[in-house]
Design a protein around this ligand. Structure first.
Ligand SMILES: [Zn+2]
Length: 189
């Protein structure tokens, strides 16, 4: 007689379900982030968005056409004046910009993570599950930082699938959390 055998087996069978139910912070297509920080004369703008919205696809380019499309998209992201408008009176000059395409570095890792999250991730990636983000950083030096009291995003007209950017700003007078979109492209402070 082994009366304890059955309950023990039941316990072991129940375990894996709870262990496997992990939260994964998948990115949401159409939704990106914009971070703003002003330190003295230096204004930093960081744009972070799904490659699906900024390039048009998220996998590593497979054809010459995709390579060209990606190269052009990355080139466009280096043109800060195509993306943002700052008050002329602040006399801001772009000093540095960097565009990071995470597709190459994160392909394998991201594909693994996305598989575990198929049901929560509702956009179309039928042939694969690769996701990648693009992060672009822009550093301006403003001669009259006290005149810097608004930022208008002109980027929405170039990226029609990008619906909104969550704004996080380290600037006096700007609410901590804000959302910018094609219909609300300006933040003032
Ligand atoms: Zn994606």
């Amino acid at each position: 007689m082994h009366p304890s055998t059955l309950p023990l087996t039941a316990c072991i069978l129940l375990l894996p379900l709870s262990v496997l139910a992990q939260e994964h912070a998948a990115h949401e297509h159409g939704h990106g982030e914009l971070n703003l920080a002003l330190d003295g004369q230096q204004l930093l703008i960081e744009l972070h968005a799904p490659a699906a919205d900024l390039v048009g696809f998220e996998h590593a380019p497979r054809t010459t056409q995709e390579q060209q499309q990606q190269a052009l998209a990355l080139q466009h992201l280096q043109q800060a004046d195509r993306l943002f408008v700052l008050p002329a009176a602040a006399r801001c000059q772009l000093q540095q910009q960097q565009v990071h395409d995470h597709a190459d570095a994160q392909d394998e890792h991201t594909a693994e993570a996305a598989h575990a999250n198929d049901s929560a991730h509702e956009h179309e990636h039928e042939e694969d599950h690769q996701h990648s983000d693009i992060r672009a950083e822009y550093s301006f030096v403003c001669q009259q930082p006290e005149q810097l009291n608004s930022l208008t995003l002109t980027l929405f007209s170039h990226y029609p699938t990008l619906q909104k950017l969550s704004l996080q700003a380290i600037l006096p007078g700007v609410p901590d959390r804000n959302e910018l979109s094609a219909s609300q492209p300006t933040v003032t402070w």
